[in-house]
Design a protein around this ligand. Structure first.
Ligand code: BGC
Length: 738
């Protein structure tokens, strides 16, 4: 037995023994304390949980299956002294050495740090980070969050959003990882793995099909089960398989008539049985709607309060409406996850977050996340010898934009800009101190670099006219609680870009957006960079790319449609501009008349929709340019191993990384007319270098879900294999007979 594993609880046992001991205790007995058996770290988490459970009273068990209330989230509600100031708190069982659980929102960095005078690193949006297609980068992302949670005294994250981008105007897209189940599941799974490696319990959310904010509390998703399993639920399956998170948060919406937090199919049948998930299900905040139904259908913990899982649960057990074994199962799941994550054996000791390390990590992640969408006449990279540069818009003199809602991170020393737009709790965009102007100036020492706000389009065009290069920063502020009404950039930013492009032939647009936007001006400008919400290291990362210190390598994790009419749903279902309250915390999500959303497109959203409907996207899924060029050759398909080998050559003059994408089209029997992403490889290559790589395809993405046998089945026949640089550029084509 290691000493550390005994911890303070072992000490407690010694103390108890000493107090109960007769006046004279033999020395040997004092030296050999008997630690609680569940503190033995060599036992499995499940065994340790069972040993604790056997000691617990019913009241203690009930204490673990709900939170203590809204705490700091609703001013005026009580905050227990041990509550660390996060979104949730569950008191532990001190007498048994089970620590309190302090839960923090931490989708893109630890939320609400300022409340306790602390600092958190703002990372790029997770959608941005998904553009790196780099599992190591996702792992780093998670470890930054885990490290900072620990430093701030938390032991559980409630980040980990993996809802697929079925609805490109979804206000929370920036907290998720795109439209493809394999990419989103892999990136989120690795993020969570990195986080949990810091001895923090992780969570994956919002389970499931919570793909829009409009009416999120009342909408009922209608989607056939085969499509669910091959799309939204597959992303969860992959992420959960990679990371074995402590918890899964069920979502606000209904699915097929039942709320997600009391949905037998989603929770019991799929999550716990089919995925073999061993952790616990906690409700989204106020997403619990019943006691017995929710408990029987798989919910393990109510958050943040105890309306249904406090006294009501105790009464249901007393009345035999709920077997006590179900309460034991809930508690077992919570305890085993605490042991598995290491939070019982190794309590967080408060320390100071290192903002420099955080900024450095955020910059590195962002460098891989930026996607170069257009580079006409090789306008980029910019030469350092430029004499004049006009920066325009989006507070590019001061900082970078962040996303709002429960994913909001507090900026050090407050909002660096004072945005004209927005009001209310989540309505006002928050800018972080990472100044593009400063970074660009430092890279073009001979240039006069000016900044003009977007407010005056004429002044912006005039500034552009007098400069060698104009860089227009445009943005789309997004937040939990509301969706974007359209794909268009808000306010007059389209007009701004058009006016600047008309004034300066060397116009470059930098997009700071939560998700995809339309760009009616796209072929009037020379360069377009999608930097997403770029995080605290954003300005350095984007300036590094603009001036060619870093070669862009990101690829879109989502399709950019040219116009709404091309989407499966030209309007966000249920969205009514007259019925929303922009600028309130709940915005469009406060619609209270229930409605159904029919996702009749099934799995065909994103690139699958554009491919099968033969529509031309503005920028396709998987697309992204580099300052060098790559060629693909020598495809070999190994059907037995479902492996694909090919050679990628850097045919340009600079080092760069290529993300080589592998898609499959299923045999005709599957009845599909689109391809599916089945694997990829990120390949760094120096100028002129060639590398042969092998990508083993993911069997899940090559299979169809059979509802009769409730299993994934690999169709027999001829698979088409397509390899290339995007979903629309696949120069290598082969077949695989299964
Ligand atoms: C969000 C969750 C969040 C919770 C606690 C809810 O409004 O949907 O993602 O974790 O609040 O802040």
């Amino acid at each position: 037995m290691q000493r550390r594993a005994i911890g303070w609880f072992g000490g407690l046992i010694v103390l108890t023994q000493l107090c109960a001991a007769p006046a004279y205790t033999p020395l040997q007995a004092q030296q050999k304390p008997v630690p609680a058996p569940w503190m033995e770290t060599s036992l499995s988490p499940d065994r340790r949980a069972d040993l604790v459970l056997a000691q617990m009273t019913e009241a203690e068990k009930l204490q673990l299956v709900h939170g203590t209330g809204w705490g700091v989230l609703k001013p005026g509600t009580p905050v227990p002294p041990e509550d660390n100031g996060g979104a949730g708190f569950v008191p532990g069982i001190k007498r048994l050495g089970i620590p309190d659980v302090n839960l923090a929102d931490s989708a893109v960095g630890v939320r609400m740090a300022a409340l306790r005078g602390r600092y958190s690193t703002l990372l790029p949006s997770t959608l941005g980070a998904a553009s790196s297609w780099d599992a190591d980068s996702a792992y780093l992302y998670g470890s930054v969050i885990g490290r900072e949670l620990r430093a701030q005294g938390y032991n559980m994250s409630i980040g980990g959003g993996v809802n697929l981008m079925r609805e490109p105007r979804n206000g929370r897209s920036f907290e998720y990882a795109g439209e493809d189940p394999l990419l989103a599941g892999t990136m989120t799974g690795n993020l969570m793995k990195g986080l949990q490696a810091q001895k923090i319990m992780g969570d994956i959310k919002h389970y499931a099909i919570n793909d829009q904010e409009t009416g999120r509390n009342v909408l009922n998703v209608m989607l056939d089960r085969k499509s669910m399993r091959e799309s939204d639920l597959l992303a969860f399956q992959i992420a959960i398989g990679i990371s074995q998170p402590a918890a899964v948060m069920c979502s606000y919406n209904k699915v097929d008539g039942d709320y997600a937090c009391e949905n037998d199919y989603l929770l019991n049948q799929v999550l716990k049985k089919d995925f073999g998930f061993k952790g616990w299900v906690l409700s989204d905040w106020d997403g619990t709607h019943s006691t017995v139904k929710a408990a029987l259908n798989g919910l393990d913990q109510e958050q943040p309060g105890s309306d249904y899982f406090g006294d009501a649960l105790q009464k249901a057990i007393a009345a035999r409406d709920l077997p006590p074994s179900r309460l034991d199962d809930m508690v077992h799941r919570i305890l085993r996850s605490m042991f598995a994550a290491g939070i019982v054996d190794d309590l967080p000791h408060g320390s100071v977050v290192d903002p420099f390390q955080g900024r450095e990590d955020a910059r590195r992640i962002e460098e891989e996340s930026i996607v170069l969408l257009r580079n006409a006449s090789e306008v980029l990279p910019l030469p350092r010898s430029l004499k004049s540069i006009a920066l325009i818009g989006s507070h590019a003199d001061l900082g970078v934009l962040s996303g709002g809602g429960s994913a909001q991170v507090d900026p050090p020393a407050g909002n660096v800009a004072d945005p004209r737009r927005g009001n209310g709790e989540w309505g006002k965009p928050v800018y972080f101190p990472s100044s593009p102007l400063k970074e660009i100036r430092s890279r073009a020492p001979q240039a006069s670099v000016t900044y003009t706000s977007e407010d005056d389009i004429q002044a912006a065009a005039a500034a552009a006219k007098n400069a060698d290069v104009a860089i227009v920063f445009v943005n789309q502020y997004m937040s939990e609680g509301r969706d974007a009404p359209t794909l268009s950039l808000p306010d007059r930013q389209d007009a701004l870009v058009s006016a600047v492009a008309a004034a300066n032939p060397n116009t470059i647009v930098v997009l700071e957006t939560g998700g995809p936007v339309s760009m009616p001006w796209h072929n009037k400008v020379k360069g377009i960079l999608e930097v997403w919400y770029p995080g605290i290291g954003g300005a350095e990362a984007m300036a590094g790319i603009l001036f060619g210190e870093v070669n862009p390598s990101g690829k879109l994790p989502v399709t950019f449609a040219a116009r709404e009419a091309d989407l499966p749903h030209p309007r966000v279902p249920g969205f009514d501009p007259a019925n929303t309250t922009p600028g309130t915390a709940d915005g469009a999500s406060d619609i209270n008349t229930p409605f159904d959303v029919h996702y009749s497109e099934g799995v065909r959203f994103g690139y699958k929709w554009f491919d099968s409907e033969r529509k031309e996207p503005l920028y396709p899924f998987g697309f992204g340019l580099s300052y060098t060029t790559f060629a693909y050759s020598r495809l070999k398909v190994d059907a037995d191993r479902a492996a694909v080998s090919f050679t990628v050559t850097n045919t340009g003059h600079r080092p760069g990384a290529e993300i080589a994408e592998v898609y499959v089209e299923l045999p005709n029997s599957a009845g599909e007319n689109f391809k599916r992403l089945a694997g990829w490889r990120r390949i760094p290559l120096s100028a002129g270098e060639s590398r042969n790589v092998t990508v083993v395809l993911d069997p899940l993405t090559m299979s169809v879900f059979d509802t009769k046998t409730n299993s994934f089945i690999l169709p027999r026949g001829r698979f088409q294999v397509l390899v290339g640089s995007s979903s629309r550029e696949t120069p290598l084509v082969g077949t695989m007979i299964k």
